[in-house]
Design a protein around this ligand. Structure first.
Ligand SMILES: [Zn+2]
Length: 421
């Protein structure tokens, strides 16, 4: 009999973690962090019989607690090569920002490289005596994987975050997944329909061109991993870099360097390579001043204007109606980005800014929406039982209802819940 314990990501987004036990062996999938003060990790698990930990993708809500696990075991870490490099970059950044308030050190992050056994998509690896693992493309960010584990004659699928549709940066998630008995699925956008991607891209490019033609500068606050590169690829596909300078600031430039080394995880490596070579990397304050005066486009973290270099640019650009600030991801309520969209008035640092620049929202989702979730899940053969995680409570309920409407069995586990099969 196999036990599966849900360590986190239950009726919330953040700190994903799943623990499988089969006889005298165990296996983990994801061990993330939830950003609050102090940062919260999944509950600890016994490590003496751990055979390994698989990480679906580099986002810290899936990987942020991995060094805690590795510091207590010599077991291997399994992920794609791109995830390994991106995860190390993000963990180091998290450690720097946290200034010693994390339960691990840089030595523990070094274990990520030492203990990692990278795996390509579609490759099956035996783990211990009782487990077998295969990664499939999840289409969420470069290197992201859906993890399939086989044990005790059963096949269990952990979707991680996935996007069935391809974007300018990613191939879509693996179609026609093999037979499974249990599916643990995310539900982030179970209550949302994403507008047609091509339409959003066109609207984004229209806003950019309008702004630049009237002599303004465009600020696009964007996450460093995935979204910044997708924006670069969109602008490249519309040939914008030939006419206007594109500045890329913050960690995105390190992410670019990593992704150039892993072209197999990019939809069109040639287009991405062109986008990188035609963008200007911001190195210092002189470059930042130049970017402000350039009459071009600035892509800079953080995606919700929560910090990073985007604050510097925001302060310089917010009070000229010629300029535009374009938000390209969901803005969590309470963040400066959400305030900006709602009221064009925003608290940054300890000042309130009234914004006269044009503010637009062109949301490019990296998760499947309600239709994408269902069409992917209902086509998994083997009549699997579904466990719904990684979404707000209402989203978990909505997805369960839809699956039950199709005659499927769906559960919404609580944190710490253990199921046996
Ligand atoms: Zn993610």
């Amino acid at each position: 009999m196999t036990n599966l314990t849900f360590l986190g990501s239950c009726r919330e987004i953040g700190r994903s973690g799943f623990f499988l036990q089969e006889k005298d062996e165990s296996f983990l999938v994801d061990f993330g962090v939830k950003f609050q003060n102090p940062p919260a990790f999944p509950p600890s698990v016994p490590l003496d019989e751990l055979q390994g930990i698989a990480v679906t993708h580099a986002h810290l809500d899936h990987s942020g607690g991995v060094p805690i696990i590795l510091s207590g075991t010599d077991a291997s870490l399994f992920c794609t090569p791109a995830t390994q490099d991106l995860m190390i970059l993000l963990l180091r950044d998290m450690l720097k920002i946290a200034r010693g308030r994390l339960p691990f050190t840089s030595k523990d992050i070094a274990r990520v490289r030492r203990q990692c056994v990278t795996s390509a998509y579609e490759e099956t690896l035996p783990i211990g005596h009782h487990f077998e693992m295969t990664l499939f493309n999840a289409g969420h960010i470069p290197g992201s994987a859906i993890v399939s584990v086989r044990c005790n004659g059963k096949r269990i699928l952990f979707t991680g975050d996935f996007n069935a549709l391809e974007s300018r940066l990613n191939h879509g998630a693996r179609k026609n997944l093999p037979k499974h008995d249990i599916v643990v699925t995310e539900s982030t956008y179970a209550r949302r329909r994403n507008p047609d991607r091509q339409k959003i891209e066109q609207e984004l490019v229209d806003t950019v061109i309008e702004t630049l033609e009237r002599g303004g500068t465009v600020l696009i606050p964007a996450f460093a991993v995935g979204r910044s590169q997708e924006i670069m690829c969109i602008l490249e596909s519309y040939d914008i870099p030939r006419k206007y300078p594109i500045y890329v600031d913050g960690m995105a430039r390190k992410v670019n360097d990593i992704l150039v080394k892993h072209p197999e995880y990019i939809g069109s490596p040639q287009a991405f390579g062109r986008a990188v070579s035609r963008s200007i990397i911001v190195q210092d304050s002189q470059d930042r001043r130049e970017a402000i005066e350039s009459g071009g486009i600035i892509i800079s973290p953080a995606g919700m204007l929560k910090g990073g270099a985007s604050h510097f640019y925001f302060k310089k650009l917010h009070d000229d109606p010629k300029n535009a600030i374009i938000l390209v991801s969901y803005q969590i309520p309470g963040t400066p980005g959400a305030e900006l969209v709602a009221s064009k008035q925003v608290d940054v640092g300890n000042r309130t800014y009234k914004v006269t620049a044009d503010v637009r929202m062109h949301h490019l989702s990296s998760h499947s929406d309600s239709v994408g979730l269902i069409s992917m899940l209902e086509n998994i053969p083997g009549d699997p039982e579904f466990y719904i995680v990684h979404g707000e409570s209402e989203s978990c309920d909505a997805l369960a209802e839809q699956l039950e409407g199709l005659g499927k069995t769906a559960h919404i586990p609580e944190v710490g819940e253990k199921v046996s099969f």
